[in-house]
Design a protein around this ligand. Structure first.
Ligand code: AMP
Ligand code: MG
Length: 402
């Protein structure tokens, strides 16, 4: 029996084979959310463009703040004042440029204005309540680097330097094929004896949507060599990458392996992963191919752990490794395993920190274990766990989205 391939090694192998997409499109900023920046963005300007006030209050010279000062001008945001006369103060509002000569702003709560003069209570230090020019971004600075998935705050950051468009990689098209004679689509007639609803198609469509990858729906394929070959060729012609579920084990109803070998190239791995294990990787012609297992929970876990980093690198994403956290186990693992186990758990805040509670049924066919959990607890090969032990966990939202 060939040894099981460790997860990290499988990921390293698939990543080494990625040919990233090179087509770049320029989109209005409002349409670029979740897409991947194709070139570095350099700021042409300082943000903020001028020293400005962090408060509603009075701009003055700190060393003159002990005396009553005539209020010589009023500077709302969006206007520029004039040089501050010696021995005077300027009424100023949040975001308004500091007038030349002033070196501090005192917030209005610490000031009293009467008969055109302002008196300040408390100590005033040079620079207080002044937001210096360029404190956020300096002209010439790389604001965001190529390979970054644009998040809401990034759109705001690009807008803050005047960008109205973003150069991003075109979204990949990912074909999804569900193999299995037993499968029927929800919404179709009452399933016949022995039939089950196709859930993998929906899980994968959702995962792709969240990652902003295009979903090319290639439906269900029957368990025959010819139907499998035709469906694989059709999928490869329509997409940048083909993902199948099921049919990669060694049973005689498993045709994916033989057909991919015929149409391209295939490595079939027995991964040291639970849930999961059989995973195929290769190509149909020149189109990359990933054969996920059939069991719905295995599909979710192997997609997140192996297919996701592959697809994101192909999409041009620079960094996709999700954060891992630590939690206290509220469960035990008595027998050391031969595969790295990704237990579906619920993380809860407790006074002692994060605690991980294991979903009762961890069978790879039980998709409820994923829906009713919020994290995966990673149990390494050979490890045992006792309640109270520290385990590594990965939030499901991060495992999906990063
Ligand atoms: P297979 O690897 O094709 O033998 O499939 C393994 C298990 O996963 C079987 O119990 C299948 O019925 C189930 N399965 C395969 N594909 C799907 C799917 N698309 N939706 C739900 N269950 C599936
Ligand atoms: Mg099958």
């Amino acid at each position: 029996m060939s040894p099981l391939l460790p997860v990290a090694e499988a990921v390293a192998r698939v990543l080494a084979l990625v040919r990233p997409v090179s087509d770049v499109i320029e989109l209005p900023l409002l349409e670029a959310l979740g897409l991947v920046l194709a070139s570095d963005v350099i700021s042409p300007l300082d943000v903020p463009p001028l020293d400005n006030s962090a408060m509603d209050g009075y701009a003055l010279r700190a060393h003159e703040a002990h005396q009553a000062l005539p209020v010589s001008q009023r500077i709302p945001a969006g206007t520029v004042g004039t040089a501050l006369g010696v021995g005077t103060a300027a009424r100023i509002f949040t975001g308004a440029p500091i007038p030349p000569g002033a070196d501090a702003v005192v917030m209005q709560e610490d000031c009293t204005e009467s008969a055109g003069n302002v008196t300040v209570s408390g100590v005033v230090t040079v620079g207080q309540n002044i937001r210096p020019r360029g404190q956020d971004i300096a002209a010439g600075e790389t604001v965001l680097a190529a390979g970054r998935v644009l998040r809401p705050q990034d759109l705001g950051l690009l807008a803050s330097i005047g960008c109205s468009t973003a150069r991003v990689y075109r979204p990949l098209r990912v074909a999804v094929l569900s193999t299995g004679d037993e499968l029927v689509e929800p919404g179709s007639d009452e399933p016949a004896d022995g039939a089950i609803y196709n859930s993998n198609r929906y899980t994968l469509a959702g995962l792709l949507r969240v990652l902003n990858l295009g979903f090319v729906d290639c439906g269900i394929v029957a368990d025959t060599p010819q139907a499998t070959a035709e469906a694989l060729l059709d999928a490869a012609a329509r997409a940048d990458c083909v993902i199948t579920t099921g049919g990669v084990s060694v049973g005689e109803e498993d045709h994916v392996r033989a057909q991919v070998e015929r149409l391209g190239r295939l490595d079939l791995w027995k991964l040291a992963i639970k849930p999961g294990k059989p995973l195929a990787f290769g190509s149909i012609g020149e189109t990359p191919f990933i054969g996920l297992p059939g069991n719905p929970t295995s599909v979710f876990v192997t997609f997140c752990l192996v297919a996701r980093p592959f697809l994101l690198k192909m999409q041009g994403v620079a960094e996709s490794e999700p954060l891992r956290l630590q939690a206290r186990a509220a469960f035990s693992v008595a027998r050391p395993g031969t595969r790295q186990d990704y237990l579906r758990v619920t993380l809860e805040n407790t006074p002692q920190g994060l605690q991980a509670r294991r979903y009762a049924n961890q069978s790879s066919g039980v998709l409820s274990s994923v829906s009713h959990s919020n994290a995966l607890a990673i149990i390494p090969v050979g490890a045992t766990v006792e309640p109270g032990d520290t385990v590594e966990v990965m939030l499901l939202d991060l495992a999906i989205r990063g």
